[in-house]
Design a protein around this ligand. Structure first.
Ligand code: SAM
Ligand code: FES
Length: 359
């Protein structure tokens, strides 16, 4: 199909803004839009985000508590068969200390992320969740620990976990098989997401932009899957190669496509909590600021102890490896404010009322 002229594509942006949806063909054009059309996309995404969240940007304290993983995702630096990784697990007390430090710094959400480390049994995780909630009852706990059983998810929710991040990675089964070994399936990943939602978690999903073999048609499938799931949070970031993985020679995902997709997601999912990811900040020094300007409203600074950070290298060149949590927050605050937003102290749940209505 010949490319529609920019006036027609700007009209498509308005349709997306007004209806929250668009046909596949025009979505594909917007995913690679530039110039005036990209500007229109970002301006409308900003307006939509302003309506629900004003200038507020929420910070989530990321605690990378284990880099043991039973999986072998081809893109991931901490995959099981990467023998160069020095493996670690934070202790219960180390994790509580991260939360204590984070609370003092104004964090009201803690994200416990790790590889699929089966040595963390449900009982241990539930005790941890209960202890964090006892210390910081005004905080939300987000888990990002991969695929587990229904019983496990139920126990974690009952213990007090509020949210769960599980990116679907790609909604196309063939593409999923290109990125993962045969022990992992898209069907199971999707089933976990619907399971988490039915249990009552605020669910987050998402995908990497520019993962090997990804096409623009697959990206539209990703958007359609997210429409079917209806997540509270959507995390996307560029794929970045890691030298010790099978994808070491693959190119990283593009900044432009990632930003365009952030804006498209904001227009399709007005109330979603969308992070401006560390991966975005890794491929471009201003990546996180640009992500916020494209419609993102969350940042996720690292609260993990500095001595463990280098051991949780998902991709090469990951930023913020050496700074203490306080330095990270100070740096991010300056960046967020310079971009025209406010870094707030709040749990940052999905909005029910529009921003103006809450003032
Ligand atoms: N094990 C949990 C899971 O599977 O959901 C959480 C940890 S996993 C490392 C978190 C996310 O990192 C993945 O969902 C993936 O999208 C992202 N990731 C892994 N390797 C990456 C890479 N090379 N480039 C960009 N993002 C990557
Ligand atoms: Fe398990 Fe990446 S392969 S966290």
């Amino acid at each position: 199909m010949t490319k529609p002229h920019s006036e027609a594509l700007c009209d498509a942006v308005v349709t997306l803004y007004e209806t929250g949806d668009l046909d596949d063909e025009r979505l594909k054009w917007l995913i690679d839009a530039d110039g005036d059309v990209a500007e229109a996309l970002f301006a409308h995404a900003q307006r939509r985000r302003q309506q629900w969240y004003g200038r507020d940007v929420y910070k989530r304290g990321l605690i990378e508590f284990t880099n043991y993983c039973r999986n072998d995702c081809y893109y991931c630096g901490i995959r099981a068969s990467n023998r160069c990784v020095e493996r670690y697990r934070l202790t219960h007390d180390e994790i509580l200390t991260c939360c204590r430090v984070g609370y003092e710094l104004g964090f009201r959400t803690f994200v416990l992320q790790g590889g699929e480390d089966l040595s963390f049994k449900d009982d241990e995780l539930c005790a941890l969740i209960r202890d964090i909630k006892a210390m910081h009852g005004d905080c939300a706990i987000t888990l990002s620990i991969g695929e587990r059983s229904h019983a496990s998810y139920e126990a974690l929710f009952a213990a007090g976990a509020d949210r769960y991040l599980l990116r679907h990675e790609t909604a196309n089964a063939e593409h999923y098989a290109r990125l993962h070994p045969s022990s992992l399936s898209l069907a199971h990943r999707k089933a976990c997401l619907f399971d988490l939602k039915s249990i009552g978690f605020q669910v987050g999903s998402g995908f990497m932009v520019g993962s090997p073999g990804q096409t623009v048609d697959y990206l539209v499938e990703d958007l359609r899957f997210l429409q079917a799931l209806g997540p509270a949070m959507i995390g996307i970031g560029p794929f970045i190669p890691h030298r010790e993985t099978p994808f070491c020679d693959e190119p990283a995902g593009s900044l432009k496509r990632t930003l365009n997709l952030v804006a498209i997601l904001r227009l399709m999912f007005p109330k979603a909590l969308i992070p401006s990811t560390t991966a975005l900040g890794t491929i471009d020094p201003n990546g996180r600021e640009l992500g916020l300007k494209a419609g993102a409203n969350v940042v996720m600074p690292n609260l993990s102890p500095v001595e463990y950070r280098k051991k949780y290298t998902l991709y090469d060149g990951k930023i913020c490896m050496g700074e203490e949590a306080a330095q990270c927050v100070g740096c991010l605050r300056r960046r967020v404010e310079k971009a025209g937003f406010d870094l707030v102290v709040a749990r940052g749940d999905t909005q029910v009322d529009g921003y103006e209505a809450r003032r």
